[in-house]
Design a protein around this ligand. Structure first.
Ligand SMILES: *Cc1c(COP(=O)(O)O)cnc(C)c1O
Length: 399
């Protein structure tokens, strides 16, 4: 039996069985659905993309995987060089892993050990945001802040190693004043907090965070697993404010295979780079740098660069604003938009009950959670398809 994610298996409804997928469409036996979720925000180029398929097929004919311990290969070398070019500043040192959660774990381990290597063992604390989501493994749950995902952590009581603050400058300044000597890093989902409810905040908060991190010598970590590759309307939030460590996942491989990268700047890398074996980063996921994942990631980034994806995302934002501006209903708390993301937050979760099936019958796959009905479409979506996705959302409130 398959144990499905985030589901009470006793009461869950039957999942839709997908038999084919192409472009923005998922196919079941009897329905053709626009995937308004991009398979958890990852399939930015759509399904069965000929260039990405070809990348996987041709690499498979050489080899699919070799370990990165003691071995290396061209696809991973190319990806590391590509990321160094593609990412801002001196974010040039990529540590690969197989999922976003693991990549965040690696970032947090890096931040902690960076100071331990300098003999500053008192810097055990992490500053994080209210409503943060950084993954489902234990340390990522600890820096996360969502009862709905991390209820099980209550067994341990409050964490002595994490402080959570709202995205308000005053709270940020207070936290630095109080804890700066104990902090190793501040971790944020920049501009857009995804699984915590598609919450959007201003870049001025990140600018202030950068200043304070510099002033108190604390590392700044951006978890761009969800926001990277254009979702906020910026290539990366890191283009606006440069972190010390950047975490990429989800869209890194165009949604083809699970893979992630923890990318450090020179300062962080040099905190490990010396003659002492104890100062090495002791981490090594079995499938890190997987050759199929790196091959498809290389092509995915190439498509992103050469096909002017940023203008596709601006077009999506423009159409979304045109269709959703002024849309309201007494059951709606707020409609939020940013880049390739739109979220309708309702006042009560019950308002969204039945929406998934309603959308299914109208040719759209959607997966609202809690009080959030949202769309994060593949960037290759056509205007009429996007209008359809948004139209079904609006129709739900007009029944
Ligand atoms: C999805 C997500 C993760 C976790 O990635 P997985 O690949 O599911 O482990 C971490 N951080 C953010 C911001 C995410 O959206």
């Amino acid at each position: 039996m398959i144990w499905y994610p985030y589901e009470q298996m006793k009461t869950m409804k039957e999942p839709y069985k997908i038999i084919d997928a192409k472009g923005v469409y998922l196919y079941t036996e009897d329905q053709k659905l626009i995937d308004s979720v991009s398979s958890w925000w990852s399939v930015i180029h759509g399904y069965k993309h000929p260039v990405l398929n070809e990348a996987i097929v041709s690499q498979t004919e050489k080899f699919s995987h070799v370990m990165l311990g003691g071995l290396t290969h061209e696809p991973v070398q190319r990806l590391s060089e590509k990321l160094a070019d593609f990412l801002p500043g001196d974010l040039d040192y990529s540590f690969f892993s197989d999922s976003g959660s693991v990549a965040v774990e690696v970032a947090l381990k890096m931040a902690l050990q960076y100071y331990m290597n300098r003999g500053e063992k008192q810097r055990t604390m992490v500053l994080a945001l209210d409503h943060a989501y950084h993954g489902d493994t234990f340390k990522t749950m600890e820096v996360g802040d969502d009862e709905d995902y991390h209820f099980v952590l209550n067994a341990y009581g409050p964490s002595a190693h994490v402080v959570h603050i709202p995205t308000k400058t005053a709270a940020l300044e207070q936290a630095f004043e109080k804890y700066h000597g104990q902090l190793n890093c501040m971790i944020v989902e920049p501009l857009l907090q995804g699984a915590g409810g598609m919450r959007m905040y201003d870049v001025s908060f990140l600018k202030r965070a950068r200043e304070l991190c510099d002033a108190y010598d604390v590392l700044l970590v951006f978890d761009e697993v969800a926001t990277g590759f254009g979702r906020t309307g910026n290539r990366f939030a890191a283009d606006l404010v440069c972190p010390d460590i950047l975490v990429l996942g989800k869209a890194l491989t165009g949604g083809y295979i699970g893979h992630a990268a923890t990318v450090a700047n020179k300062k962080v890398f040099e905190g490990f780079y010396d003659d002492s074996p104890e100062h090495a980063l002791m981490h090594g996921p079995t499938f890190m740098g997987n050759a199929l994942a790196c091959s498809v990631a290389n092509k995915s980034i190439e498509l992103f660069e050469t096909q002017d994806y940023m203008s596709k995302i601006r077009r999506i934002e423009g159409i979304t604003r045109r269709e959703m501006d002024g849309f309201c209903d007494e059951r709606i708390k707020e409609v939020r938009m940013m880049g390739g993301c739109v979220c309708v937050e309702v006042k009560r979760a019950e308002t969204l009950r039945g929406y998934q099936q309603f959308a299914y019958e109208r040719g759209v796959f959607s997966r609202p959670f809690l009080k959030y009905l949202y769309a994060m479409v593949p960037y290759i979506i056509r205007e009429d398809e996007l209008v359809r996705v948004l139209g079904v959302m609006k129709e739900w409130f007009r029944r």
